[in-house]
Every structure is written in structure tokens, then in C-alpha cells.
Write a protein that binds this ligand. Structure first.
Ligand SMILES: Cc1cc2nc3c(=O)[nH]c(=O)nc-3n(C[C@H](O)[C@H](O)[C@H](O)COP(=O)(O)OP(=O)(O)OC[C@H]3O[C@@H](n4cnc5c(N)ncnc54)[C@H](O)[C@@H]3O)c2cc1C
Length: 446
């Protein structure tokens, strides 16, 4: 039985949720299908029995310059579930030298903070920062380390940690152009855009559950345990969605937004090219109450841990592009990373508190120049089928902001389908199927 005028959204990660929220809030009927039993995809919280509390799959740092993410958070009514540092300052510790400083860009876009040694990276001069302008004109195949001088203190203390965190790719491999885009949207907009936002309780409580609540208020149909296995294509239209236990007809004025990860989309949509090289992110969560004066988050330079986050009962550490660490046993990682945390927060290095190591082996696509070439647009050759997900070509790295923007782009396209209301009767049926056993990502717990 076909329901008129629905948008079928496959995948309840941030991209799918952002599309669903935008369409529902705009009065469209939405059906959301999620393969697992929970929403959030790569951005969610869960109860960890080892630690006896809820943790996030990975720390997610949002900045006020993430405009689409902020608008989404406001729309789902979750702004007050975030903590923000009082000032737009990013604390850093150099674990090698013991030096501590705060990067404190001034609020507006005119970067006078560079001329104040208390606001910039110690040991650097204003002229050093000009080198970043080279990124703007970098060729498409240039990498961050190929354009910026990797021997400088500024590179070690700012460009490298920032690039690795934003791109989830080493500076040697990461695209210079993509990093430029990140800088434009953050530091380039001044300190106000660099103010961090951290979920007070957890990712699900701030970014996922309020979205589901909004969707329910708008009578969206939400189905968990609904894994899309194939799509029947008609004449330039997606005609039927094939799930394990049921099929859903796509009405002539319906649209489909495929918001599943890249590898799943590539199996479902014939001829689709997607990024196929992924980089891991490693998180260590410790059951430990940090000193009240410890910053909400801090960048660590010269150790193994890269960012440390203070939460109510947990201290968490993130290492991006963690290829060198993913095969190391959890116990040894817990010890190694805790040494860095202890130095950063000035707390005892022994004993190591109860820890949970979460290795997301395929956290995001690797943002190399070659992988960027493989990012598809939201449009497909089928009029009513649109792609969403952090891998879609938004011009941003695979981030919360990128995923949400891709969802909004797909939602806007679905809105245009609706207005056009082109009723096309399926003529030739082409079918794609995904194998039974495919798993789109792998979590390895100790
Ligand atoms: C450990 C970690 C740390 C990160 N840190 C940051 C950070 O600090 N800042 C930042 O901005 N970003 C960060 N990211 C990236 C961010 O989480 C992702 O870019 C974003 O969550 C991707 O959302 P998505 O909707 O595109 O994909 P996903 O979250 O992968 O959502 C896809 C959804 O589709 C579902 N699905 C899959 N197959 C099917 C199917 N066949 N049928 C139906 N449903 C299906 C999946 O179960 C999933 O729920 C991090 C990611 C990880 C893993």
C-alpha cells in the first residue's frame, strides 16, 4: 500500500536525522528506517558495563562556527544540553616541554589576536601564521604537510593537531584544500566561531534523543531493525525499498534519502563511486572525577593522547588517525594514554583508573586528495533518490557539521521533488541487493 507524499529516509545517523528533522518541521511526512536498534550511528552514547556508566562512542568536539550543527541543535531544542567554556579559548599542553597556553582568538574576524603573545602559540610570531594563506591556493593534490613547513613550532603546536583532528588524517596525507576550508569556517571567522560546545551528559542526550522526540511529535514513522537490502529502480525513479522482512513502495510523489554509510550506499546504488579508505579513531574512557578546575577539553602536543575531555564522572581521551595504535592491546593503551592525561590534568599517574578503550576502525573516510575525488554529489541518476552522509561532497571533512549539511542538502532536494510532483510509473525494474552479512563498520572492544 503506497502512502502519498512521503520522504523515506534510510539511516538514522546525523545525516538522516538532520534531513528528517528539517522535512518534518517543514510539514512533510517522513518515514525513517534504521538498521540497528538505536539512532545516532557513529555519534551516540551507550551504557558501558565495565565502567558502570554511560559513555560516548567517541568524543565529539563541536565549535560554534559549525553553523548547520548549531541550527540543528536549536531546532531540536537541545542548546541547553551543551556546556561551553566561558571564553573562546582552547587550552593546550606541550607534554614534552611542560608548557601550557591558551589559544585565544579575538571574537571578530580581524585577527588582531596574532599580535598579542598571550593569545597566540608561545614561541611563534605573527608572521608565522601567514604561511596558512598558502593553503588557499594549494593544488587539488597537495597535502597539509606538503604546503606548510612541518619543521616549525607552529606546525607542531597548532596546524598539525588541528588538521589531524578535523580531517582524521595525518598532516602528511590530509588534503591542504580541505584543511583550508576548515580554517575558513573556524579560525577565519574569529574567536566566536572557535568556542567549543560539549554535550553535558552525552552525545545521544544532546544530538540524537531530542531529534527523535521532535520526529515523534511530528508523527514521523520511525522503524528500528529495518536494514535496507536492495532498491528496485523504475524509469529514472527508485520504485521499491527492499528490507529484510518487508518491502515499501515508493509512491510517484515520494522521495528517498539514502543516509547510510558510504560502503552501504555503494552496494545499493549502481555505479556509485564513494571514498573507500577509512581512518580509525581511538577513544579511552576512564572512570575518574577530574579536578573541578580542569578545563572542559584540552589539546595535548608531544604525547600519544591528542585531546582530553572532562565529563561529570569520566575523563576521555581521543586519538585521531590512530592507525599506529589500533592493534595495540587495550591494557597497554589504557596505561600509555593515562600517563598523558595525568600530566595534562596534574593528577596521579598510578593507579590507572578503570578504563574502556573504544577503537572505531572505520571512523571516517581518510581525507586525502585522492579520496576527496571519490566523494559523490547528493544527486543520483534517479530523480527521487538523494544521498546524504558525511562522505557526500559537502566541501567539508567527515564531521558532524558535514553530515548535518549533507542531510539538509538532501532534504532540500526532496522538497523540490515534492514541488515538482512528477508522477512516473516504473517501467523497467533494476534490482540491487546487499549481501546478508555485510557490516558497515566495526567496533572492537577489549
Ligand atoms: C570515534 C569518532 C569520533 C568522532 N569525532 C568527531 C568530532 O569530534 N567532531 C565531528 O564533527 N565529527 C566527529 N566524528 C565524525 C561524525 O561522528 C560522523 O561524521 C557523523 O556521525 C556521520 O554521520 P552519518 O549520518 O553520515 O553516518 P552514520 O553515523 O554512519 O549513520 C548511518 C546510519 O545508517 C545506518 N545504516 C547502515 N546501513 C543501513 C541499511 N542498510 N539500512 C538502514 N540503515 C542503515 C547505520 O546503522 C547508521 O545509524 C567522529 C566519528 C567517530 C566514529
Amino acid at each position: 500500500m503506497t502512502s502519498p507524499d512521503r520522504v523515506h529516509i534510510v539511516g538514522a545517523g546525523l545525516a538522516g536525522l538532520a534531513a528528517a528533522v528539517a522535512l518534518s518541521a517543514g510539514g512533510r511526512r517522513v518515514a525513517l528506517y534504521e538498521a540497528s536498534q538505536h539512532a545516532g550511528g557513529r555519534c551516540r552514547s551507550f551504557f558501558d558495563s565495565e565502567l558502570g556508566c554511560r559513555i560516548d562512542n567517541g568524543n565529539h568536539l563541536l565549535l560554534a562556527g559549525n553553523t548547520a550543527a548549531l541550527a540543528y541543535i536549536e531546532r531540536i531544542g537541545a542548546l541547553d544540553t551543551f556546556e561551553r567554556p566561558e571564553a573562546p579559548a582552547i587550552p593546550f599542553v606541550d607534554l614534552g616541554s611542560g608548557e601550557r597556553w591558551e589559544l585565544r582568538p579575538n571574537p571578530g574576524p580581524l585577527p588582531w589576536w596574532l599580535f598579542d603573545p598571550r593569545r597566540r602559540v608561545p614561541g611563534t610570531s605573527p608572521g608565522d601564521y601567514l604561511q596558512a594563506l598558502r593553503l588557499r591556493r594549494a593544488p587539488a593534490d597537495a597535502t597539509v604537510a606538503g604546503v606548510l613547513d612541518s619543521g616549525t613550532l607552529l606546525f607542531r603546536r597548532l596546524w598539525q593537531p588541528f588538521a589531524v583532528a578535523a580531517l582524521n588524517t595525518s598532516a602528511k596525507q590530509g588534503s591542504a584544500r580541505l584543511f583550508w576550508r576548515v580554517l575558513v569556517e573556524t579560525l577565519g571567522r574569529g574567536g566566536a566561531a572557535c568556542r567549543g560546545l560539549m554535550p553535558r551528559e552525552g552525545l545521544s542526550e544532546s544530538l540524537i534523543d531530542p531529534a527523535l522526540a521532535l520526529l515523534r511529535r511530528h508523527d514521523a514513522e520511525i522503524r528500528f531493525g529495518a536494514r535496507l537490502r536492495g532498491i528496485d529502480f523504475g524509469d529514472r525513479q527508485a520504485a521499491e525499498l527492499l528490507f529484510d522482512a518487508h518491502r515499501v513502495s515508493v509512491g510517484p510523489s515520494d522521495s528517498v534519502i539514502l543516509a547510510a554509510p558510504a560502503s552501504v550506499a555503494a552496494r545499493l546504488v549502481p555505479g556509485l563511486t564513494v571514498p573507500d579508505d577509512h581512518a580509525p579513531i581511538l577513544n579511552a574512557h576512564y572512570r575518574y572525577v577530574a579536578p573541578a578546575e580542569a578545563p572542559l577539553f584540552a589539546g595535548l602536543v608531544g604525547g600519544t593522547a591528542e585531546w582530553v575531555f572532562r565529563k561529570p564522572e569520566v575523563i576521555s581521551v581521543t586519538v585521531s588517525a590512530a592507525d599506529r595504535l589500533v592493534d595495540e592491546p587495550a591494557d597497554s593503551l589504557a596505561e600509555r594514554l593515562w600517563r598523558d592525561v595525568a600530566a595534562a590534568y596534574r593528577i596521579p599517574a598510578t593507579p590507572v583508573p578503570p578504563a574502556r578503550i573504544v577503537k572505531e576502525r572505520r571512523a571516517t573516510f581518510r581525507a586525502t586528495p585522492a579520496q576527496l575525488q571519490r566523494r559523490p554529489a547528493a544527486a543520483t541518476q534517479w530523480n527521487n533518490l538523494h544521498l546524504a552522509g558525511d562522505y557526500v561532497d559537502t566541501g567539508l571533512p567527515a564531521t558532524v557539521e558535514g553530515a548535518i549539511r549533507s542531510g539538509l542538502i538532501a532534504a532540500a532536494r526532496a522538497g523540490r521533488d515534492h514541488n515538482a510532483s512528477a508522477a512516473v510509473i516504473p517501467v523497467t525494474i533494476q534490482r540491487t541487493q546487499t549481501p546478508e552479512t555485510t557490516e558497515d563498520r566495526q567496533r572492537v572492544l577489549p
